[in-house]
Design a binder for this molecule. Structure first.
Ligand code: ADP
Ligand code: MG
Length: 375
C-alpha cells in the first residue's frame, strides 16, 4: 500500500497570513464614496453586489440555485459549493458592469465568512481573498446575521442602532440587542429548527417543493388561522428562546395521518394556521424584548420576514406597544449581497478587517468578538 503524505498546513497557514494587504491600505477608513464589492455564498444563493458608502446599491446580482436543490427537497451542500464555483466569477463581472465600474474602482472586498454551509462559504471567501489581494484593498469579513439586519439600512434612511433585531430565515431565528452597528448581543434564539425550516418541511410534505415559505404564504390568504390547532412551543429557561421542531413534527404528522385516513386537508386553512403559529411564537417575544430591554425600535430581517401574516402581526402588535417597526422590502428579505456590502461599511468603519488567514465558520454567534477571527 502506498504511503500518503499529508502536507503540514502549519507553514502554509503562516505563508498565507503573511500575504497581507499593504499597511497604508489597511489603515484607510471608508467614506460616503467608498465602493465595496460584496460577495455572499453561505447557502444556495450566489450573490454579488457593489455598494457605495454603506447604503447606495450600485448593483446587486443573485444567482439562485433553488431549481438545482428542488428535486432533493432541500439544499445539498456539495451541489451548492460546486454551483458557487461555477457562477461567482461571471456574476462578479455582471455586478461590476451593471454598477458601471471597473475592478480598479473597488475600495474594499467584503465577504460572508459565517455562519453557513462550510464548503459554500469557502468558495466566496477564497474568491474574495483573491480579489482583495490582487487589488491590494482591505478584506472585510461579514457575519451573515448582522448583514440581514443591515438590509434595513439600505432602505430606511436615518435608521440607526440602538434597536432590537429579529432575524427569521431558513437557517436562523433569533432576537438581538443591536447597540451599535457592530455591537450585537443575542438575547434569544431557536433551540432547534428555524422558522423557515417549519415552512419548508410543511410545504414538502404537502408536495409543494422547496423552498415552501412563499407558497404557503400565498395559500394562507384563503384560509382560516384557526383551521388546525398547532402548537406554540414554550421552552424552559430564557423566555426569549424559541422552538419550531415540535411545530414541524405536528404539521408533518397531521399531513401523514390525514393521508392515511383519506381525510381531505384544508390546504389554505393549514397554511394560514402554520403562518399564525410561527407568528405567535415570534412576535410577542420580539415585542416583549423591546419593552423589557427598553428599546423603542424593532428591526426585522431574513427570508421568513417576507411572510404576510408575520408582517401584519408585527405591524399590529408594535403599533399597540408604541414601538417603531422597520422591515425590508420583500426583495431584500432573503439572501443577497447588498446587505453584505452595507454591513461591511460599518465593520470597516470599526476597523474590523481581516488578513489572508481569514477562515470560514459554519457556526458563529452574531455577537462574536472580532479578535477571535483576526488571530
Ligand atoms: P437562509 O439565510 O437561512 O438561507 P433566507 O434568508 O434566504 O435563509 O430565507 C429563506 C427562507 O425563507 C426559506 O426557509 C423560505 O421558505 C423562507 N421564506 C421565503 N419567503 C417566505 C414567506 N413569504 N413566508 C414564509 N417563509 C418564507
Ligand atoms: Mg439568510
Amino acid at each position: 500500500m502506498s504511503e500518503i503524505h499529508l502536507l503540514s498546513n502549519k507553514n502554509t497557514d503562516q505563508d498565507f497570513a503573511s500575504l497581507m494587504i499593504n499597511d497604508s491600505e489597511v489603515d484607510k477608513k471608508p467614506n460616503g464614496k467608498s465602493i465595496v464589492l460584496a460577495i455572499e455564498s453561505s447557502c444556495d444563493e450566489t450573490a454579488v453586489a457593489v455598494v457605495q458608502g454603506g447604503s447606495k446599491v450600485l448593483s446587486s446580482e443573485i444567482a439562485s440555485q433553488t431549481e438545482m436543490h428542488k428535486i432533493y427537497g432541500g439544499v445539498v451542500p456539495e451541489i451548492a459549493s460546486r454551483k458557487h464555483i461555477e457562477v461567482v466569477e461571471g456574476l462578479t463581472s455582471v455586478a461590476l458592469q451593471n454598477a458601471g465600474i471597473s475592478r480598479n474602482d473597488i475600495d474594499a472586498v467584503a465577504v460572508t465568512f459565517a455562519p453557513g454551509l462550510i464548503g459554500a462559504l469557502l468558495v466566496g471567501l477564497n474568491y474574495a481573498k483573491g480579489i482583495a489581494l490582487s487589488l491590494n484593498v482591505p478584506l472585510i469579513p461579514v457575519h451573515h446575521i448582522r448583514a440581514h439586519i443591515a438590509s434595513n439600512y439600505l432602505v430606511h434612511e436615518g435608521l440607526k442602532p440602538p434597536f432590537i433585531g429579529l432575524v427569521a430565515s431558513g437557517g436562523h431565528t433569533l432576537l438581538l440587542a443591536v447597540d451599535d452597528y457592530t455591537e450585537y448581543r443575542v438575547i434569544g434564539s431557536t433551540r432547534d429548527d428555524a422558522a423557515g425550516e417549519a415552512f419548508d418541511k410543511a410545504a414538502r410534505a404537502l408536495g409543494f417543493g422547496y423552498p415552501g415559505g412563499s407558497v404557503l404564504d400565498k395559500l394562507s390568504s384563503d384560509g382560516s388561522f384557526d383551521a388546525y390547532p398547532l402548537p406554540r412551543a414554550k421552552v424552559d429557561g430564557n423566555p426569549y428562546d424559541m422552538s419550531f421542531s415540535g411545530l414541524k413534527t405536528a404539521i408533518i404528522n397531521l399531513i401523514h395521518n390525514s393521508k392515511q385516513k383519506g381525510i381531505e386537508i384544508d390546504i389554505p386553512g393549514l397554511a394560514a394556521s402554520i403562518c399564525m403559529a410561527v407568528s405567535d411564537t415570534i412576535v410577542p417575544r420580539a415585542v416583549a424584548a423591546c419593552k423589557e430591554y427598553n428599546y423603542s425600535k424593532l428591526c426585522v430581517a431574513g427570508g421568513v420576514s417576507a411572510n404576510s401574516v408575520l408582517r401584519s402581526e408585527l405591524y399590529r402588535q408594535t403599533t399597540e406597544a408604541n414601538i417603531e417597526l422597520f422591515v425590508p422590502p420583500i426583495s431584500l428579505c432573503g439572501d443577497n449581497a447588498a446587505m453584505i456590502g452595507s454591513q461591511a461599511y460599518f465593520e470597516w468603519m470599526s476597523g474590523n478587517i481581516a488578513d489572508m488567514g481569514l477562515n470560514a465558520f459554519a457556526t458563529l454567534p452574531a455577537d462574536y468578538d472580532h479578535q477571535f477571527i483576526s488571530k
